[in-house]
Design a protein around this ligand. Sequence first.
Ligand SMILES: *Cc1c(COP(=O)(O)O)cnc(C)c1O
Length: 391
Amino acid sequence: MDKIIYMDNAATTRTLPAVVDEMLPYFSELYGNPSSVYGFADKSRNAVKTAREIIAKSLNTKPDTIYFTAGGSESDNWAVIETAHAYKKKGRHIITSQIEHHAILHSCEYLETCGYDVTYVNVDENGTIKLDELVKAIRPDTILISIMFANNEIGTIQPIYEIGQIARKYGIIFHTDAVQAYGQIPIDVEKYNIDMLSASGHKLNGPKGTGFLYIRDGINIKSFIHGGAQESGRRAGTENVPGIAGLGKAVEIAFQSMDDKMKHETNLRDYIIKYVTEHIPYCRLNGHLTNRLPNNTNFSFQFIDGETLRVMLDMSGICTSGGSACTSGSASPSHVLTAIGLPRDIAGGSIRLTISHETTMEEVQTVCAILSDTIDKLRSTSPLYEDFLNR
Ligand SMILES: *Cc1c(COP(=O)(O)O)cnc(C)c1O
């Protein structure tokens, strides 16, 4: 395949070679089952233990609060559905937001069919949770607040500290889907009063199908996957040892180099934002200008069909997306762009460009130039745009 420029790091990231190296021995050499008692299995057990320690340290917590899962979706489903089951005597009301990932939204919709009540709090035009609405939504029977740390489509970072304070004050469990934020920006579960946190390996240069749920001591949720006694009896199934070892390595690398990565990505991100908003007319930046993930940009262009734009960019070797990878291919506009108030026709002309620490300034400049040209081309053949100019 010809050289591509990969601008879709919010959908998934490249598994780093150092991560693959860490995983390889656990396939064909050190393949023991961590639950086995002989010495050969010690190596597998230790790999899992080391990864758990690295992750715990990264969040300022203890290793026995980290439970490995098969990714962000499982962690989200587990947190929401099992909290609902475990605390139903206290109440059946859950608060979340309109811009959550579908792993949260669809879990909540499932709970609604089981007799739970869910409030989906609004966001402002930048995609920030309206805290006053969150507080107003709290009821005596509210058992869970689940708000994402940062949004996967528009990159807006939520006021997690404030939400943690609110949840603590009212004695409500606070879960955050940190799949996009974890490994990109510092997170301290103590400082932020986070009770549960979901993360995923493949969003931070680790392997796909890996992830974890952090569960604070004292949060008594049960297993989501039933079977053996792995993960202290809370998540059955033989551990994905190579995956867990790789996840641990990816986390170690992400946190070692976090400051440098943040600087590099923020610099490129702001270059893209400045270039696009200054050079391409009738465009808007979606998400907060500064309070956003270092790797995320998202724009809407008037008189442009986003799908056509993405196909044209793909022909130029540039990988982009319309928003969430999970919704691309569906015709309805993104629920996130709708929630920040974009009309359907504007939302339909949107594109998300997400970089990584491996993205170069040269790549970014190439993408900006091609994006600008492509939009010129598309508009020059657009009757809508012609009408608009002649008005
Ligand atoms: C990708 C993503 C998920 C799902 O994680 P998987 O590991 O792909 O299952 C959940 N939430 C957010 C915010 C995501 O970006």
